[in-house]
Design a protein around this ligand. Sequence first.
Ligand SMILES: [Zn+2]
Ligand SMILES: [Zn+2]
Length: 369
Amino acid sequence: TRAETVASFEARIFLERTPGGPSLAAKPLKTGAGWYRGDLHAHTGHSDGSCQTQSGARAPCPVYRTAEAATARGLDFIAITDHNTTSHFAAMAQLQPAFDRLLLIPGREVTTFHGHANVFGPTAFIDFRLGDAAVPNVRTLQSLAEGAGGFLSINHPTALSGEACMGCGWTAPDTDYARVGAIEVANGGSERAQGGAEGPLLGVAFWEAQLNAGHRITAIGGSDNHDAGLSSDIASSIGRPTTVVHAPELSTTGLLAGLRAGRVFIDFDGSRDRLLDLSARTARSTATMGGALAARRGETVIFTATVAGADQARLEIVQDGEKRAPVFTRPGVFSIRMGDRPSWVRVNLRDTDGRLLAIGNPIYLSPAP
Ligand SMILES: [Zn+2]
Ligand SMILES: [Zn+2]
């Protein structure tokens, strides 16, 4: 007979009287539209985040360490996205008044065997048991997230799925991409694993395939930090990468509105001042990054890219997933002739060695009647 094996564990069950969960900052930390820099993916001891103790051992990492690291990094916001739990929201609600310059965005990483997705905004429980009777398919999960007022982002879509990382890649069949708010194309953990921003784990091709299918989905980044004490020069430390969002104000509602509008870029180095913006105009109308512009067939659309905090950097122009080399009439200014089909144009930023510094979101062109 087999030796008797015993798995012993302790389950602690906490009962919450308020069904909606704790509420966080109701008032904006800053009023006024502008660029706000932050991290949209981080774990604490409420799931599998750990950090160093006083004596150098490791322990589940308390939420305040993440807030302090984000502050040291100069971030305006951080979403704390522990796996399949809501238990971190009480700590965040407690910390927010003391962190009156760092917006703590409630998030959770819905972690399934068919992929991981962050849901930002709500603090109420959302059933994550994809495949169970309560959540038979991903569309139900999407409806639950939307019903709670959440914004859903597919995480690290091209991560490998298997024994090493069960369900990490996005393979959920029947995903309704028309209702996906964002795709995390740059993940700090993936960047660290593949030794650079670019490689098979970069989610750009996955995202661009959805753009080419006609969906308008915002590309974002997230460190996927699991150790708040990780040195800031390492990818997957808090703020690496940083997502920079043009938002109407620094509040959770404002940030989610900014993410939906798509005037957003990913700053791989998590700088404090790098900027990448894009606008477009025809004789009749204008649009900014994330927006849409109608143009007649054959009409010239003039684009202006605005770059700051990256001396010597060069622009890379991408149209419908293909790199393009349009003629620059002035630095940052180029034009594209409208075809007869919908199209999208976006820019990346690279340094003189070709290293990817920033990923920008598209402007969507549609044929004018
Ligand atoms: Zn994940
Ligand atoms: Zn994660």
